[in-house]
Design a protein. Structure first.
Length: 220
């Protein structure tokens, strides 16, 4: 069944999967805005955004947090299963699922930030690894979940040396804004939300650019 789906995913005239994939992915860039606006609508007053995207886990209505992130999980996992050599997207979806399932404070703080960190670090490497013929079994993919970002970096070090700006654009918001927050105490409460949003936009932009390139080559 899977090879059939993979062939269909490259025939845009026959199957509209990629259009849906691109539209849903683009919408994910607005997830933080949805959470922020939803809370203001609920409170019926203007307010600053919270300290991080994860801190909206208890926003009212709850769907403002869970629905956009769950859609993103589905996008990554579906793309990883359907499109050939995109298995790494499945791991991205599982990392994001961990962010949703484990709260950012309390007893689940450590797994939450582990999954969040791995999501963004792995996302920064996606442009180096997409379409690589990594002939791993699903068992190995799942077995590598703890070391996957570093394995991918090691295997693609040659690409990293020439394409490091694609990695940097995802990770720099955390480094730059984190440094500003360290120097400006008043900024410390909100810098992470902005950094996560900028990194998310970068991830979505790279995802859409790759999808468009994939579509172009498939059409020929």
């Amino acid at each position: 069944m899977r090879p059939v789906l993979q062939r269909q995913a490259t025939k845009q005239d026959d199957w509209r999967y990629q259009r849906l994939d691109q539209t849903a992915a683009a919408a994910c860039a607005f997830a933080p805005a949805i959470m922020w606006v939803a809370e203001m609508v609920h409170l019926r007053e203007w307010g600053w955004f919270r300290g991080s995207i994860s801190s909206y886990h208890d926003v009212v209505p709850p769907g403002a947090f869970f629905i956009p992130l769950t859609v993103a999980v589905m996008i990554f996992i579906t793309n990883g299963v359907v499109v050939e050599n995109h298995q790494v997207h499945v791991m991205m979806g599982l990392y994001l699922l961990g962010v949703i399932l484990f709260d950012h404070d309390g007893a689940t703080t450590i797994p939450h930030f582990f999954f969040a960190g791995y999501f963004f670090v792995t996302a920064s490497l996606l442009d180096l690894t997409r379409d690589d013929e990594i002939n791993w079994s699903w068992r190995r993919w799942l077995g590598e979940w703890l070391t996957l970002p570093w394995v991918l970096l090691w295997k693609n070090m040659k690409h990293f040396r020439t394409q490091w700006p694609r990695v940097a654009i995802v990770l720099l918001p955390f480094i730059v804004l984190g440094g500003i927050a360290w120097l400006v105490p008043d900024f410390r409460e909100r810098w992470l939300f902005i950094a996560e949003w900028l990194a998310l936009v970068a991830v979505v932009a790279q995802y859409l650019a790759h999808a468009a390139d994939h579509e172009h080559h498939a059409a020929h």
